[in-house]
Design a protein around this ligand. Sequence first.
Ligand SMILES: Nc1nc2c(c(=O)[nH]1)N[C@H]1C(S)=C(S)[C@@H](COP(=O)(O)O)O[C@H]1N2
Ligand SMILES: [Mo]
Length: 524
Amino acid sequence: MWAWRSAGEAARLVNVGRTKRDGAVAGVVAAGVAIGVAELVAVLTGPRTAPLVAVGGWVVDHVPEAGKELAIDLFGTYDKVALLIGTSVLLAAFAAGIGVLAVRRRYLGYAGIALFGAIGVGAALTRHDVGLLAALPSLVGALAGAATLGWVLGERGRVSVDSGAAEEEAVGRRRFLRGVGFAAVGALVAGVGGRMLSVRRSVTAARDAVVLPTAGDTGAVAPPQADLGVAHLTPYVTGNRSFYRIDTAITVPQVDPATWKLRIHGRVDNPMTLTWEQLLARPMIERYVTLACVSNPVGGDLIGNARWLGVPLKELLLEAAPQAGADQVVSRSVDGFTAGSPTAALLDGRDAMIAVGMNGVPLPIEHGFPARLVVPGLYGYVSATKWLAELELTSFADFDAYWIPRGWAREAPIKTQSRIDTPSAGREVAAGTVVVAGVAWAQRRGISTVEVRVNGGAWQKATLAATVSIDTWRQWRWEWQATPGRYELQVRATDNGGTPQVETRTPQVPDGATGYHTVRVTVA
Ligand SMILES: Nc1nc2c(c(=O)[nH]1)N[C@H]1C(S)=C(S)[C@@H](COP(=O)(O)O)O[C@H]1N2
Ligand SMILES: [Mo]
């Protein structure tokens, strides 16, 4: 604790010494103010430029595959929430350290904040399609954080000459706590306010206002027999809310149809640009297509079946007139994600489309509103670009899309697979008739047979549900006369070409997992 007298003054200026704990607290509230103010500024510059989101986005783009898989294994679809929380906890820890340093040497505190500001600025500037203004949230946030640190730590109190040391201490402490309280409330108001304003700028209202055209060609409607009605069996059509979601976006891109444009360019004779109105004015098709993620482990649930409404891609591409050698169509989203599909696959007559509707409603924002690609038979990372902004004709030799340098295959047709949904692994079931059921898929080829075996015994044919096309999964069921004991159930599917699914277990990288889904159950 230190203090000084100034001659001729009736009161003396007292600065109560700050402990390390005070420093840590000051550091954390300063960081809070920095982040909160940055959120507020990001309302103007876009949510992807807010420091936590920008740094998180940079991490997503740069962590090695193993780290990402671990995150998905640990947190599933909440991997990005976990990333944001992890980043915040780390930031708080560093901020506390900076605050402790700042007690003795204020300049170290400022230097630490400047360093974090620079990291935020750097990360924001690497985001796709952002201008120099992307630096603003971190810059203004860092200034606010530095001011807060100086103000909270540097509180000086004027107390009367007569007051004793204990009283000085108490006055100083009250001022410090008041400063911390003010700063914390300010951080909260700025942060929450910023977030709320950002949400108000979402495109929910624009989506609600969309009136989807009806398809001229609706294709077959799923008959009731597509669902076997077995308890715990995945429904034939996946609801939009339960549809899996995979993307690299930390904040869901908000794309207003009023300003949306699709550019078709690159190696084409007729480059073109379509507005939302022009897209909706084109003839539409409606099709059930089962989308699958290459990261889906055997038995996993990164797969879903929806009825998509959209504009056939083939005619659009033919109008643009791809040049010879343009063997890859790169689809690019507003946030810079890219997928590369073989041009031949998009022109071979399958129902590749620019989808605008999902199960009868406009695309949900997190599934790509206002427009995305859906290509039957190709894993999502090489075809299903959400928040679609451009299609660029190029060659596989000239361009690698997002996941390719990260170790995934250039071409990735969906592999034949099957899954046991019930009984679920580890379950105990009663002896007698046990219904074993699940789904099987081989998009573009279709499923001809599904078989089940118990403890490695003979394969037994399952009953298949009806389906509308070769591009969706099929439900199957098999009745098992089970006697008490412990069992291993396995399933395998065969496509319409007579090729059974691959038995050898391989991991998801580089082009999709193979192996039989195996479930252990106890019959009691
Ligand atoms: N813009 C964008 N589109 C994307 C992705 C992405 O990261 N960003 N991920 C792809 C992957 S890997 C898959 S499996 C599908 C998943 O689509 P869904 O989230 O609608 O299920 O979207 C694809 N489209
Ligand atoms: Mo994926």
